[in-house]
Design a protein around this ligand. Structure first.
Ligand SMILES: N[C@@H](CCC(=O)N[C@@H](CS)C(=O)NCC(=O)O)C(=O)O
Length: 197
């Protein structure tokens, strides 16, 4: 299986992290992102969106880190990582959606501005972060893990851009339950870091 990858991308890191935790072998293919390789063939033949990560598993080609997590967990992770019961799957998917929406448009976008010079509305990204981080902290006050009482791809999807929030100028110090969850994720067997976490 090939993962078309950018080391500094939290979206790519979600996939690398889960593969490391679940012991799934990935061939990492670094992409010349600054050179725009993801915006032209052959990569746009794999993902016309012009985004990373991209997973190629045999004949199957997948874009979007959340979708890739579901594929890897469901196909190769076993029931521990992707339960068969739809209500449990739905509990996990709630957090995948939060990662792709509130976290992507909040702390992840704040980091895009500060770290990579994207011309986004920084005040808007901070306002979104200021809404979602207290909600996340409150959830973690009485949950060790985001969904179904154990580590899942929900944690893998949420962790990167929450842990990287300081790179967007967001202080995580007020969020002590988030801080303890970050430590729990880091202590998982097989955990793999990325620059900035
Ligand atoms: N929803 C997608 C978003 C992917 C995405 O935006 N990836 C960034 C890298 S982190 C990208 O390739 N952006 C293209 C660009 O900025 O040119 C996912 O979760 O994978």
């Amino acid at each position: 299986m090939k993962l078309y990858d950018l080391e500094l991308s939290g979206n790519c890191y979600k996939v690398r992290l889960f593969a490391a935790l679940a012991g799934i072998d990935l061939e990492i293919v670094p992409v010349d992102f600054l050179g725009g390789a993801h915006k032209r063939p052959p990569l746009t033949d794999l993902n016309p969106w012009g985004e990373l990560p991209i997973l190629v598993d045999g004949e199957r080609v997948l874009r979007d880190s959340q979708a890739i997590l579901v594929h890897l967990a469901g196909s190769y992770g076993g029931a521990a990582w992707w339960p068969a019961e739809a209500p449990l799957q739905a509990e996990i998917v709630q957090w995948l959606s939060t990662a792709a929406n509130e976290i992507q448009n909040g702390p992840a976008s704040a980091r895009l501005v500060d770290r990579f010079g994207y011309t986004l509305d920084k005040a808007d990204t901070l306002a979104r972060a200021a809404r979602i981080l207290p909600l996340l902290d409150a959830h973690l006050a009485d949950h060790d893990w985001l969904a179904i009482g154990r580590p899942t791809i929900a944690d893998c999807a949420m962790y990167p851009y929450v842990a990287l929030a300081p790179e967007g100028g967001i202080d995580l110090a007020p969020y002590r339950h988030i801080a303890r969850w970050i430590e729990r994720v880091r202590a998982l067997p097989g955990y793999r870091a990325m620059p900035g976490t």
